[in-house]
Design a protein around this ligand. Structure first.
Ligand SMILES: [Zn+2]
Length: 235
């Protein structure tokens, strides 16, 4: 990661190397932001100059990406509608005299009962509730897929990982990103099955993908969904 200042704005980029390319390329990726692709052997000290030369394009693309991210789902701060398990649900808030907040999902609404004059933030309350639900869903689905493959797993935890959906430690402990609760259930299943398959093959070899296909025949669809929409879930 390199950072330079352009027009008073901090601009960071990821540097990638390409053996195939003989020219320097700039591109904007949803996931990684600005990416500079350097031909093999080219020194990265050239990057500030390249970015300055292409300043207008770079700043324009950064602005577009920021706008795209801002308008993306689901931001709990400014909307009372979120996407939960792939469908839109309203968040309905009621202030009553009660000791602590309560959250329940009823049909297409997440009903939040908040103590009167509560200092607690609605976004925090809903996020905590989502994390609890996430642990429940992930635990159930891990049990299901682990049963299918006959593997023994360790602990399951929920994380706020920025770059990963799920991971498996060498001790057999699994962790998952709670934001997958915004995705359709099939996508969550794909991520769980993916990690459980790593118990059998700790790599992304052909054998690994073949095994995954046996459990989730159309996993490619969900993998693509994550590649396309993943950035929205990370808000
Ligand atoms: Zn993997």
């Amino acid at each position: 990661m390199k950072t330079i200042i352009l027009n008073g704005k901090k601009v960071s980029c990821t540097v990638k190397r390409s053996a195939k390319s003989s020219a320097i390329w700039l591109k904007m990726e949803d996931e990684n932001g600005l990416v500079v692709i350097l031909p093999k052997g080219r020194k990265s000290t050239i990057i500030p100059r390249i970015l300055k030369q292409n300043k207008d394009w770079v700043l324009k693309m950064i602005k577009l990406r920021e706008e795209k991210l801002k308008s993306a789902l689901p931001s709990l701060e400014n909307s009372k509608v979120i996407v939960y398990r792939g469908r839109k649900v309203n968040i309905k808030v009621k202030n009553v005299a009660c000791p602590k907040p309560k959250v329940r999902l009823i049909n297409n609404s997440i009903k939040v009962v908040m103590p009167k004059n509560s200092e607690e933030n609605l976004s925090d309350i809903v996020t905590n509730w989502l994390k609890e639900r996430a642990l429940l869903f992930f635990s159930r689905r891990v049990e299901y897929f682990a049963g299918k493959l006959n593997v023994k797993f360790g602990t399951i935890s929920i994380k706020d990982q920025k770059t990963r959906w799920g991971s498996l430690s060498s001790k057999g402990n699994l962790s998952f990103n709670w934001r997958l609760l915004f995705a359709p259930p099939e996508v969550l299943d794909y991520v769980v099955a993916h990690e459980v398959c790593h118990f059998k093959h700790y790599d992304h070899s052909d054998r690994f993908w073949r095994l995954l296909k046996k459990i989730i025949p159309n996993y490619e669809k969900y993998r693509e969904w994550l590649q396309e929409n993943g950035v929205l879930l990370k808000m």
